[in-house]
Design a protein around this ligand. Structure first.
Ligand code: NAP
Length: 293
């Protein structure tokens, strides 16, 4: 984990392991938090190839290391490299945070669950027992699915994939937390009724980010209506539009909308608390993000 000659090393450090990492907002978030709390600590983004992940995870067992964030494409592989997993990291099969415990053991957790749920808190009462739709069947969809099954108690939860086998695999893997058998897999062109009838619609595909910023995973905006919450995990829409097209369409039809930046900050705050035991100073973090391009 190279250091700059002559630069004073902080006493504590946390890392981001992923590829790519150059455009990640996580260093801005965590370094703003360390700085606002006056902590002698730093957060460093490391571009790590799949071949180097095992060594990178092992290197966390060093003096002063708090832990690491794990992002694409390593979340699943990292789950097999830590010593222990939290219950939900195990159920999801993916880790986005590694914590170095006092005894040196590495704990894998998934703070995407708490990060996803935090912005939904104030809407949860109205959602409970209703049906929901998730676009996408990848890593984030797994965390969302687990979060909803364990808190919202949906009457029906449709996983909308572009490859039905991927959605079916997600359902098979999460069967142990789907006690009532509410999970369903469907393809995009079969999902119209599910979208119209759902109280909660979540986009867990990258559609809406660069280079497809003008695109929506659900272009039929007339399927949205008031009484729905539409939540887009995408946090970097093209051309710095404040909202993705999905959220603009949904808001235009009277739905409540939630953007991905709220989840990004909330999952980072949960990781920060695991590493430091401290609450993330939100004002400082939002200020830092407002000046980060
Ligand atoms: P992932 O594991 O690659 O999964 C992406 C899913 O979207 C897959 O099911 C993929 O299907 C599907 N998909 C991709 N392009 C599509 C298209 N054009 N039309 C329909 N479906 C498409 O990625 P992920 O980790 O789940 O992340 C998904 C999104 O959530 C990303 O934009 C990510 O930045 C965002 N995210 C945000 C947060 C946050 O804190 N706000 C946290 C996690 C993730 P295929 O496998 O067939 O490609």
């Amino acid at each position: 984990m190279g250091t700059r000659e002559g630069a004073k090393e902080p006493s504590h450090v946390a890392f981001l392991f992923g590829d790519p990492v150059a455009h990640s907002l996580s260093p801005a978030i965590h370094n703003a938090a360390f700085s606002a709390l006056g902590m002698d600590a730093a957060y460093r983004a490391m571009k790590i190839s799949p071949d180097d992940l095992s060594e990178a995870v092992s290197s966390l067992r060093s003096e002063g290391v708090l832990g690491a964030s794990v992002t694409i494409p390593h979340k699943e592989a990292a789950a097999a490299l830590v010593d222990d997993l939290t219950l939900h990291a195990k159920a999801i099969g993916a880790v986005n945070t590694i914590v170095v415990r006092e005894d040196g053991r590495l704990l894998g957790d998934n703070t995407d669950v708490a990060g996803f749920l935090t912005p939904l808190d104030s809407h949860m009462e109205g959602l409970r027992g209703g049906s929901a739709v998730i676009f996408g069947a990848g890593g984030a969809a797994r965390a969302v699915c687990y979060a909803l099954l364990t808190t919202m108690g949906p009457s029906r939860l449709a996983i909308v994939g572009r490859r039905i086998e991927q959605a079916d695999q997600l359902i098979a893997d999460l069967a142990p937390v789907d006690g009532l058998g509410v999970l369903r897999s469907t393809l995009f062109h079969e999902a119209e009724r599910a979208v119209r009838n759902s109280r909660l619609i979540v986009n867990a595909t990258p559609v809406g980010m660069e280079p497809a910023g003008a695109a929506s995973p659900w272009p039929a905006s007339s399927d949205f209506h008031d009484g729905q919450v539409v939540y887009d995990l995408v946090y970097a829409p093209a051309r710095n539009d404040e909202q993705t097209r999905l959220l603009r369409d949904a808001a235009g039809q009277g739905a409540v909308t939630i953007g991905g930046m709220a989840m990004l900050i909330a999952q980072a705050a949960a990781s920060f608390k695991l590493w430091t035991g401290r609450e993330m100073p939100m004002d400082a973090v939002r200020k830092a993000l407002s000046t980060t391009s």
